[in-house]
Design a protein around this ligand. Structure first.
Ligand code: ASP
Ligand code: MG
Length: 458
């Protein structure tokens, strides 16, 4: 059995919908298919949410919902040219759009949005997509049944916006529901991106979370493999936007893929590796628009040789909050207090590098100010902090490869090539993970540094 997942990058238009239907119809073995929203839909829902938290917005809400609805109906009609075959999807769409519209009125009326309502509203893109894909697949002769993933027992810890599935319960529920269907020859279609907490409240897994949904289902059903269908061939040795001669990576280990996903390579949801890794289920990255391509395989022993640089990644959306103070390195509980204040402000800390006199917290650029505020004056300054410093004009470069840390001379080659490109390295983190180095350079130097390292190793 296989799990297939199609993301927004493949769910674009009638042409791509047909390609997806062909890929699914050609997959002979039993399968569960996970869909995310159509391209751009979740972004639009998120964008509109921040605008509609004011009363008197009824007309704008109507216009927004109608536009989205027209687009989805157009896709349905073009992809399923027989009227009668559109009907079940049309009913599901009408129902979902009515609900969405009512929820948006609610947000506008109370003039605020809670994390819980945000998750519920953001989840609609997936509901629309699965309704349409169910009709498309029936039309293509694939017998299927569609499910919204907050009704199938995919129970989470209830952390809105960044939920984690409780694997033991979810496994039991998913097996009970899906295995009999698979046995009877039906293909279950499931919305990605969200599950629900123990009280049946919709909880999303964070942006791009459909990969994680698919991984959870693969884990629960002991799938033979998990296929993630995208609009690119797979992981590359470096972003082709920076280096034209960038190469496709045929194999990666789970750790390498996770490191690459966390920083830079926006190819997978960073936490999607966790569930399948527990059962050694391989992940295949495949290209909807080049289905015969090799893609990238991510597996336990996903490396031919250890100790080589596999991929170079970078993240420009990063900033550092420097916390200076003579005692930060040894004052008991200082780090804990700092981290919990920042977490309470809703900012995610991506990484930490500390010394005795300075703690460096890595956050997204947009979060820097909020992280800074949460530690400064308002709540009374934490005693050990002498002074806070915001560093913005930087980028993070990551060098990923299994066995890197144990390979003599490798770091020297990396930093030599960066130095020869006349780039200064401002901070280094090595050894924390056995498969990656990270370092910081000035924002304006990132392209030059990445090209120099790629040149050196490829
Ligand atoms: N549609 C959601 C998003 O755009 C989930 C996903 O794409 O996986 O974040
Ligand atoms: Mg997406």
């Amino acid at each position: 059995m296989k799990i297939l997942k199609f993301g927004g990058s493949s769910l674009k238009d009638t042409g791509s919908i047909r390609k997806i239907a062909r890929i699914i119809a050609a997959t002979r073995e039993p399968k569960v298919v996970v869909f995310s929203a159509f391209s751009g839909v979740t972004d639009r829902l998120a964008g509109f949410l921040s605008e509609c938290q004011k009363r008197g917005n009824e007309n704008r809400i109507k216009r927004f919902v109608n536009k989205l609805k027209e687009e989805h109906f157009l896709l349905l009609k073009k992809s399923v040219p027989v009227r009668a075959k559109q009907q079940p999807a049309a009913d599901a769409l009408n129902n979902s759009f009515n609900r969405l519209e009512r929820f948006l009125y609610g947000v506008s009326y109370v003039e605020e949005i809670s994390p819980r309502s945000r998750d519920l509203i953001l989840s609609f893109g997936e509901r629309f997509a699965v309704a349409i894909m169910s009709a498309v697949l029936s039309y293509a002769g694939v017998k299927n049944r569609s499910f919204e993933s907050d009704t199938i027992g995919m129970i989470t810890d209830g952390d809105f916006g960044n939920a984690t599935v409780l694997l033991p319960v979810a496994t039991k529920n998913l097996r009970r529901l899906l295995l009999p269907l698979l046995k009877s020859g039906l293909t279950p279609l499931v919305t990605g991106f969200f599950g629900c907490d123990a009280e049946s409240r919709t909880t999303t897994f964070g942006r791009g979370g459909s990969d994680y949904s698919a991984s959870v289902i693969a884990y629960a059903l002991n799938a033979r493999q998990l296929e993630i269908w995208k609009d690119v061939d797979g992981f590359m040795s470096v972003s082709p936007e920076i280096v034209k001669q960038s190469r496709l990576l045929n194999v990666l280990s789970y750790d390498e893929a996770a490191e690459l996903a966390y920083f830079g390579a926006e190819i997978l949801h960073p936490r999607m590796v966790e569930p399948v890794m527990l059962k050694n289920i391989p992940i295949m990255i495949r290209n909807t628009f080049n289905p015969t391509g090799k893609g990238t395989v991510i597996a336990k022993d996903g490396y031919e040789i250890k100790g080589v640089v596999k991929s170079i990644t970078y993240d420009r959306n990063i900033a550092v909050l420097k916390i200076h103070g003579a005692g930060v390195g040894y004052k008991l509980g200082a780090l804990q207090e700092i981290v919990s204040r920042i977490s309470r402000s809703g900012v995610n800390i991506k990484s930490v590098i500390t010394s005795q006199t300075c703690i460096n917290l890595f956050v997204a650029k947009d979060d820097l100010e909020r992280a800074y505020q949460s530690l400064s004056a308002s709540g009374g300054q934490i005693r050990v902090i002498e002074h806070l410093e915001k560093v913005k004009n930087i980028a993070l470069i990551g060098i990923v490869g299994e066995g890197l840390i144990k390979t003599k001379g490798l770091a020297a080659r990396v930093f030599q090539s960066v130095a020869e490109a006349d780039v200064n390295v401002e901070m280094i983190s090595a050894g924390a993970s056995s498969v990656a180095y990270y370092f910081i350079v000035n924002d304006k130097d990132v392209t030059r540094a990445v090209r120099a390292i790629h040149q050196e190793f490829f």
